[in-house]
Design a protein around this ligand. Structure first.
Ligand code: AMP
Length: 424
């Protein structure tokens, strides 16, 4: 079978690496891809927002499955358009992608189905939202309803900060994403990322992971797309996993099916593990980045039949195997990220770094220039390692980081610390 993967980040490099190892794949294409993905797949300069162009490419290359990496094309209905054209696609329809595309939509599903989540209200005007904030006090969380590239959430430590966030969103600071706002209770606990593969009715849990959102060591500095991750997440005990499946994932699938929008694809639940158990912070409708990088290292089974089974609605009899080993990834970013940063600086030493035992390097924002690898994004590299423990994986990953010669980059030095302190 020929596969087309859509996307260009570290997540897509990890998916491409895993799929390229499948004996079921004849040709693997990626649009638009990056310098690392080019080692696993044929990168094609398709505009993935142009669904007609993607369909034409699929017909020309006899693509048997399209795997969609990022959320934007899913929310824009690329799976609907591909399937309508007779091309199999892995991922949710536009209607089902509302689980990520509208925070209010997801909160209402939670409320109607007793799915544990933060108490909330939805607002279409600033004053009632501010009244709600004054009534409940700080800390409190203000969220733009729509997709805002990770900038749509303000965890406000004061009423004034919450009110400023409400004004910013309703004044168009986040574009159309902020035309509606959710204000919700601040949850206390430890966060975890939980992934389930879904076929519309059945969900099977993938491994758990934990990411590190802040830019600097000790969880300081601004929020980012993620500066590192490890798997498994010790906070996700077998009991927490079972509760997450029965209290959160399965009722969501039943609710979506009952609405006529069965959910197929990967459902990524951002969880807060509270004293009362797991609570849903948000859903994403695709693989996480950088969590996928560690999940793919730990997955023993072939990914391709799993994606096909989800798309075909036959996950019920499916079994996924995982290595017991832990995996960890350190994100190397361009200095200045998540603010302004310089593109085009040169990265050296990647070949030496990749020779460290257990290490796999995935590219995120890179571009090839002859033999040179240049920076082409904020998050640039995922230096990943597998080991018998998180501590061992961490040691190997940082040994590889230290072999990379890139003065224009930086990374956190404490990825995995929490798991290691727990003695796992
Ligand atoms: P989200 O984009 O919804 O994942 O939110 C980004 C981050 O904001 C999350 O990873 C949490 O750290 C934090 N956050 C979001 N909602 C809440 C909440 N209700 N209580 C506490 N922290 C939250």
């Amino acid at each position: 079978m020929n596969i087309l993967l859509l996307g260009s980040g570290g997540r897509e490099h990890a998916l491409a690496w895993k799929m390229a190892a499948s004996p079921l794949v004849d040709r693997l294409y990626c649009a638009p891809g990056n310098a690392g993905i080019a080692q696993e797949a044929e990168c094609v300069a398709l505009d993935i927002a142009d669904h007609a162009a993607v369909i034409a490419f699929c017909n020309e290359k006899a693509i048997g499955l399209v795997v969609v990496g990022p959320e934007a094309p899913l929310c824009a209905g690329i799976v609907d358009d591909l399937e309508a054209a007779g091309i199999k696609a892995f991922g949710p329809t536009k209607a089902a992608a509302q689980l990520e595309g509208s925070k209010g939509f997801t909160k209402d599903i939670c409320r109607a189905n007793n799915i544990p989540t933060a108490a909330y209200e939805r607002f279409t005007a600033p004053q009632p939202a501010k009244d709600y904030v004054r009534k409940h006090g700080a800390p409190i969380v203000v969220k733009a309803d729509g997709l805002a590239a990770g900038k749509g959430v303000v965890v406000a430590e004061s009423v004034a900060q919450a009110e400023a966030a409400i004004d910013m969103m309703f004044e168009g600071g986040l574009g159309a994403a902020g035309a509606q706002v959710v204000v919700e209770e601040f949850l206390q606990g430890e966060e975890a990322s939980f992934f389930a593969l879904c076929d519309g009715t059945t969900a099977i849990p993938l491994a758990s992971a934990q990411d590190h959102k802040r830019a600097f060591d000790n969880d300081q500095g601004p929020n980012t797309g993620g500066m590192g991750a490890y798997s498994p997440a010790p906070v996700m005990t077998p009991e927490m996993t079972a509760r997450t499946m029965t209290e959160i994932i399965e009722p969501t699938l039943r609710a979506m099916a009952a609405m006529g929008s069965p959910y197929k694809g990967v459902l990524f639940a951002g969880l807060m593990i509270t004293e009362d158990g797991p609570k849903l912070i948000e859903y994403n409708v695709r693989f996480g980045d950088p969590e996928t990088q560690v999940l793919m290292l730990r997955m023993m089974s072939d990914l391709v039949p799993a994606l096909m089974a989800a798309r075909d609605g036959v996950l019920k009899s499916f079994d996924l195997r995982w290595y017991d080993d832990a995996a960890l990834t350190v994100v190397m970013a361009a200095k200045g990220y998540p603010g302004d940063y310089q593109k085009g600086t040169v990265i050296e030493g990647l070949d030496e770094a990749a020779k460290v035992e257990g290490v796999q390097i995935f590219h995120a924002g890179t571009k090839a220039d002859g033999d040179r690898i240049l920076v082409n994004g904020g998050r640039v590299l995922n230096v990943c390692a597998i080991g018998r423990s998180v501590a061992e994986a961490q040691r190997q990953a940082y040994a590889a980081v230290d072999k990379i010669n890139w003065p224009g980059g930086f990374c956190r030095r404490d990825i995995g610390r929490r798991a290691i302190e727990r003695g796992t």
